[in-house]
Design a binder for this molecule. Sequence first.
Ligand code: FPP
Length: 256
Amino acid sequence: MTSREGRCTRPGSLPLSTPHHVAIIMDGNGRWAKSRGMPRSMGHRKGVEAVRETVRTAGESGVRYLTLFAFSSENWNRPPDEINDLMGLLRHFIRRDLAELHKENVRVRVIGDRDRLEKDILALLEEAEELTRANSAMHLVIAFNYGGRNEIARAMKRIAEAVDRGDLDASSVDESTVTSFLDTAGIPDPDLIIRTSGEKRLSNFLLWQAAYTEFVFVPCLWPDFDKAAFSNAMLEYQQRERRYGAVPERDLALGS
Ligand code: FPP
């Protein structure tokens, strides 16, 4: 059976180039720690090292936007100690790494609901955004207290308020209006979403933005995610054929 006839094989496709925007669901810190008889906090701590390596690798690979899912709007359901650990790690990361990110010309952006964040965390995140506003080598987007449904609901509320004020005509609201009211306004949709730890779920991440994103699920736990794992995920992406709901030219030519 040739690959063209095969139902489960793919016709030869043109390899894709480097994804412009890679987003990552960094999963498996807890399991990494448990398998070593360590507390979950150690898994998160090792996870920050993997964050550093991934930021470096993405930059070297020519990725222009890297979005990391650091704390979800559902993560508040974790035990208070673990929530404190995660908040502490974000504080530590910004304090320790901001100068280096700035030196490397990385622009930091934060997406998520800022309302429930402690004042000092909010101040640190705003400082990171402000300091790096003019940087252009790579955009590091930190999704913190982020949930896709929450983001869409907040956008809808702001659209309704703009209509109420008379700043926006309800009949003109279209997809591009919604896009421009999301936290990710100005950030292109992700080309590739990677999720570590073998789980195959989107978990409320970038729901609107992932309409045509390619997904790569890798078995390794987040603290083990290294340069080789990143490269493998990129290679898998590069074998995909993105159609955006259309029929490729070559199939049209065959009349199939
Ligand atoms: C999921 O693993 C991971 C998280 C909820 C947090 C991710 C956070 C970091 C990697 C560190 C902080 C990030 C930055 C940018 C400073 P899990 O705890 O759900 O693992 P499990 O499924 O094995 O329990």
